[in-house]
Design a protein around this ligand. Structure first.
Ligand SMILES: NC(=O)c1ccc[n+]([C@@H]2O[C@H](COP(=O)([O-])OP(=O)(O)OC[C@H]3O[C@@H](n4cnc5c(N)ncnc54)[C@H](O)[C@@H]3O)[C@@H](O)[C@H]2O)c1
Length: 295
């Protein structure tokens, strides 16, 4: 397998900018591509801010951060971004049609040896791989938000993914400072499936009036040592995003994942979480959570 020196990251949103950050910091020449020039401008500014904050906190060496910035290039030309890539990581929006289309363009423009990976949260790796000329060199690389702080990558094995591909991607992940687990392709992989289950059960308890949201969150944090409560988490993720994951898991894995009526109602009411100022909890304009009697 060819040595991996250059990475192309497709999509400069929340995930793409984080993947480009850890890639450049790990020493890879990194090309970040997006169709929207504005997204690239924002991504560059955000990566610089995140690197600078890492330096201020003593987590990133100042020279390493400066070199990482030099290794990054930003562009709106897909063919140019992937032309010399040894690994292409796709992080465009979660639409199978969009992902199939973009991988079609990638294989027409990238080197024959390049490995391909998708950061999809749950779409089929096998389906995307089959749309390329190299299903054995295609896998899922599921990063977590915020990418520069979260330590895990779920590597997802499609039907045709070769062991050598997984080994090469695991080595890339480790060089990025991440821990890696390998999961067979299945709805929600490990993390999204468990997280959706806990979140859904918490909503069932809320719907049944078992306890207040504050007490359910407190119980999981102090009793089970979860760093965040399930309602704090869903307000961060977005109730609309969680509902769409639950609907998919319900369809593919069965009734355990049936979304609650209460969650459906919150979404219909526009209570989508922190991003709309109100989800399970309410937030002021600075993102501070309001206490129960202020809601
Ligand atoms: N946000 C999360 O917490 C999270 C976590 C794990 C995985 N994911 C997955 O990562 C992927 C990206 O999610 P995100 O949250 O970063 O999305 P996002 O909406 O923040 O960013 C997507 C970016 O893709 C760009 N884009 C749209 N069409 C494009 C195209 N044809 N070519 C190139 N760029 C294009 C958009 O301009 C935008 O900048 C999705 O598959 C998502 O399911 C997200």
């Amino acid at each position: 397998m060819a040595e991996i020196r250059q990475l192309a990251v497709l999509g400069a949103g929340t995930m793409g900018l984080g993947i480009a950050h850890v890639s450049a910091l790990a020493g890879y020449e990194t090309r970040l591509f997006d169709v929207a020039p504005e997204a690239l401008r924002k991504a560059e500014a955000q990566i610089h801010r995140n690197l600078d904050r890492g330096v201020e906190k003593g987590k990133v060496d100042a020279d390493a951060a400066a070199r990482a910035k030099e290794r990054l290039a930003f562009g709106v030309d897909l063919a140019a971004a992937v032309a010399a890539a040894d690994l292409v990581i796709e992080a465009v929006p979660e639409s199978i049609d969009l992902k199939l289309e973009i991988f079609g363009q990638v294989v027409a423009a990238c080197p024959a040896h390049a490995l391909l990976a998708s950061n999809t949260s749950g779409l089929s790796i096998t389906e995307m791989a089959a749309a390329t000329d190299r299903p054995d060199r295609f896998a899922g690389m599921h990063f977590f938000n915020p990418v520069h702080l979260m330590r895990l990558i779920e590597l997802v094995r499609g039907l045709e993914t070769a062991e050598a591909t997984l080994a090469a991607l695991a080595a890339v992940g480790e060089r990025m400072g991440k821990e890696v687990v390998v999961v067979k392709e299945s709805p929600g992989f490990v993390t999204s499936r468990i997280n959706a289950l806990i979140g859904n059960e918490a909503f069932r308890m809320l719907e049944a009036g078992l306890a207040t949201p504050e007490d359910i969150d407190k119980a999981l944090k102090l009793g089970l040592n979860h760093p965040m409560g399930p309602f704090e988490m869903v307000d961060l993720v977005g109730l609309d995003v969680r509902l769409s994951i639950l609907r998919f898991l319900h369809r593919t894995l069965g009734d355990t994942y049936r979304p609650t009526t209460l969650m459906e109602q919150y979404v219909k009411a526009g209570r989508l979480g922190r991003k709309t100022g109100r989800g399970v909890y309410a937030y002021d304009e600075n993102g501070r959570r309001l206490a129960g009697d202020e809601r």
